[in-house]
Design a binder for this molecule. Sequence first.
Ligand SMILES: Nc1ncnc2c1ncn2[C@@H]1O[C@H](COP(=O)(O)OP(=O)(O)OP(=O)(O)O)[C@@H](O)[C@H]1O
Length: 785
Amino acid sequence: MAPTPSSSSKLSQTHMRTPQSKQRLNFSSTRNNPQHPNSIAAKENPPGEHPVEVIGRIRNYPGDQKDKNPIPFLHINPDNNTLRVRADIGYRDFSLDGVSSSEEEDLDAFYKKFIESRINGVKMGAKCTVMMYGPTGSGKSHTMFGCPKQPGIVYRSLKGILGEHGEDENGGERLGVGTFVQVTVLEIYNEEIYDLLSTNGGGGGFGFGWPKGGNGSKAKLEVMGKKVKNANFISGNEAGKISKEIQKVEKRRIVKSTLCNERSSRSHCMIILDVPTVGGRLMLVDMAGSENIDQAGQVGFEAKMQTAKINQGNIALKRVVESIANGDSHVPFRDSKLTMLLQDSFEDDQSKILMILCASPDPKEIHKTVCTLEYGAKAKCIVRGPHTPTKDKNEDSSSAALLGSRLAAMDQFIHKLQMENKLREKERNEAHKELLKKKEEAAALRALVEGKGTSGATEEEINAKVNEQALILKLELEKKLDKCRRMAEELVEMERRRMEERILQQQEEVEMLRRRLQEIEFELCCSRDGRNAVENEAKELDSGSSNFAKRLIGIYGDEIPGMVKSMDLDMGDPEPVMHDSSGIHPDGFAPQFGPKTGLSTVYEEEEIEEDEEQKENEEDEVVEKLIIEEKRVCSSEIVNDLRPKQSDSDTASSRLLRIQNIFTLCGNQRELTQQISTETPTKPMAETIDHYWSEVKSLDKENSPPGLIAACLNKKETPYNDFADAQIEVYVKWEASKEIPGKFITTLKVVKDATLADLRKLIEIYLAADNQAFTFLLLGPVGSY
Ligand SMILES: Nc1ncnc2c1ncn2[C@@H]1O[C@H](COP(=O)(O)OP(=O)(O)OP(=O)(O)O)[C@@H](O)[C@H]1O
C-alpha cells in the first residue's frame, strides 16, 4: 500500500514542522489587529493577511416549501458580500467574503465565482483548504459532491487541475509532462480516521450506520503529527478516472437519517488532493452537520454519544478558530482529529482556507443559520501576523522537508511512469509483431491472387471447358443408353425365339399325344367291333383326326346308361335326362358299352359336316383340349344299380325324381368308395387330390364351393385315407357354352356331402374359367358308361 506523499516520506513526518506552530496568529483585537486602523500592530507592522475567507451559500427551498414561505428571511445585500438575516424584531447583517444563493447561481456558477481561482493557485503550487460548514441539511454535501446533473466542487477541482483529458481546463498547454495528482480520501467518524480508499478492512468496521451495500470495513488510520500514516491514494492524470473512483468511495460514507436530513452525513469527509510536481495541495472538507444533539433528534445514550463525538470536530474547530482569533497562546488543534489534520491549513502561511457557510432559507432554521454566520464571521477575522526571523528559520527547515516530500513523490511518480512506459513498450512491440505478421499474410494473399490472375483462365474459357466436358459426358451417356437399348432388344429377341421353340416343342408333344390317342382309339375299336371295324377305324384314323371326333360321337354320342342328363339343376337349365338302367337313352341315342379303360375326359364334336379344311382345324383345337388321365374302371353293375328308372315327360315329378336319383347315386357310390377306399389311396388318386388342391388354392375362397374347399383344406391336415373316405368319384358329362362349343366327359372326385353347386364349381375350376357357362348333360357313378 503506497503511502500518501506526505505520510510516505519519513522526512516529512519527522522534520516537517508547521511554520507558524510556534507563533500565534494575530487576531482582530483592536490592539493587535493590523487591519484595525488604530491598532498598534497596524502602525508598527504591515497589515497581516486573512488566511480564512468565508463565503455564504444559501441553498434553495427544499421541495414545495418556497410557496409556503414567500418572504425570505435571508437577504443578500447589493454588495454581494453582506447577508442580512431578517427577524420579527429587526435584522442583522453579516459581512462575508461573498454570498451566493443556489437559486440564482448553480454549482457551475458558484465554482467559477469562488473556487476556480483558488484551484488555479493549487495548480501553481499553492495550498488551499475548502471546508463546508453548516447545520445538517443545509447543502454541504450537495455543494461538495453535487448530483449527477451538477458535479460538485471535488470533481470540478480535479478537472480544473488535470483538465478534461489530461490537459488543463482551458485546453492550453499542460503543466509539464509530469502533471498528476495524488488523491487521498479520509473519513473522520467517532474521532477515528478511516481510509475510504482501502477495501481490506484492516481497521475493522463500525457496525453502526454503515451504508447499505458498503464495500466492507474500512481501514483505520493513525495520525502522526499533523498527517495520517499509510493512507491509500489514487494517482493519475486523468480527471475522469479519478472522479469515478471518488464517486465510488464517497458512497461508503456513513450516513444516517436524522430529523434534519434523511441522508445525513454522520462523519467528516476529507479529500486531500496533492499536486506533487508543483507541491500544490487542495484539501476539501465536507463536515458533518453542526447541529447540537437535541436538534439532531437522536435518542438513547449511545446515539447521543455518537452525535456528541461527531460534533467534537465541529466544536474543536470552532475553538481553534476562536483561539486563533483571540490570539491565545495555545490553539487547541489536538482536541480533535479534524483540527489535527487541519493544523497546517491554519498555520502554513502559504495555505488559504475557504470556509463555505451553508445555510437553509427555511425560517425554521434561522437559529442555526445565525450561529453558522457568527462562526464564519469569527473565522473571517483571523489574521495571520507578520513573519519573524525565527519563523523564517523555521520556514527554511520546513521548506526543505517539503522539498524532500515533493522529491519522493516525484520519484514515485517517475517510477510509475517508467513502469507504465515499459508496459506500453511491450504492448507496442507485440502490436508491431502482429502487424508484421498480418502484412506478411496480406502479401502472401496478394501474391496468390496476382498469380491466379496471370495464370488463370478467363471466365469464357472456363465456361467453354465446362461445356466441352458436359458435351463429352452427354455423348458417353447416349452411347451407353444405345448399348443398353440394343442389349434389351437382343434379350427380347432371344426370349421370343426361346418361346417359339417352346411352342414348337409343345406342338410336337401335342402331336405325339394325338397319335397316341389315335392308337388307343384304334385299340378300343378293335376290341369292340372286331377286326373289320378295326380296319375301318384305322382307315378313318388314317384319313385324319376329324374322324376321331366323329367316332367318339359314335361311341359316346348316346347317353351313357345310368347317367343323368342334367341341365344344371341349380340354375334352372334345361332338365337333364336320366338314363334308365338299361342304358338306353330316351332319344335312343346312347349305345351300351361295357367296362373300359380310356379317357376320363373327351371332347365331343357335334357337327362334322364342315369341309375338310375346317375339320382339320377343329380337330387340332380338339386335340389341344384333350385331357388325359388315368382312370379307374368301375363295374357296370354298380352303374346299373344306381341308374334311375325311365323318366317321363312330367317335368316337375321327373325333376324331383332325378334329384333323388342323383343323391341315391351319390350315396351308392359313396358306399362303394368307402369299400374301395379302405385301401391306401393309389398314387394317381393322390395326384388327383393334389391337382384339386392346387386348383382350389387359386380360387377365390369366398366364392368357392364350401364342401369342396372344406374337403381340400381338410386334405391338407388329414392323411390320404381320411381324405379318400370323404370323397366319391362321379362321372360327369356337360356341355360348354356356345362360344366354346363341345361336350366334356370326365370323372370328378367330390366330397361326400357335395351338392350340385359344388360340382358346378369343380367343373368351373376344371375349365379354368369361372365365367364360362356350361350345362350338365349327364351325371352318374363312375363306370356307368
Ligand atoms: N442547492 C441545492 N439544490 C438542490 N438540492 C439541494 C441543494 N442543497 C441541498 N440540497 C438537497 O438537500 C438535501 C440535503 O442536502 P445535503 O445532504 O447536502 O445537506 P448536508 O448539509 O450535507 O447535511 P448533513 O450535514 O446532514 O450531511 C439533499 O437531498 C440535497 O440534495
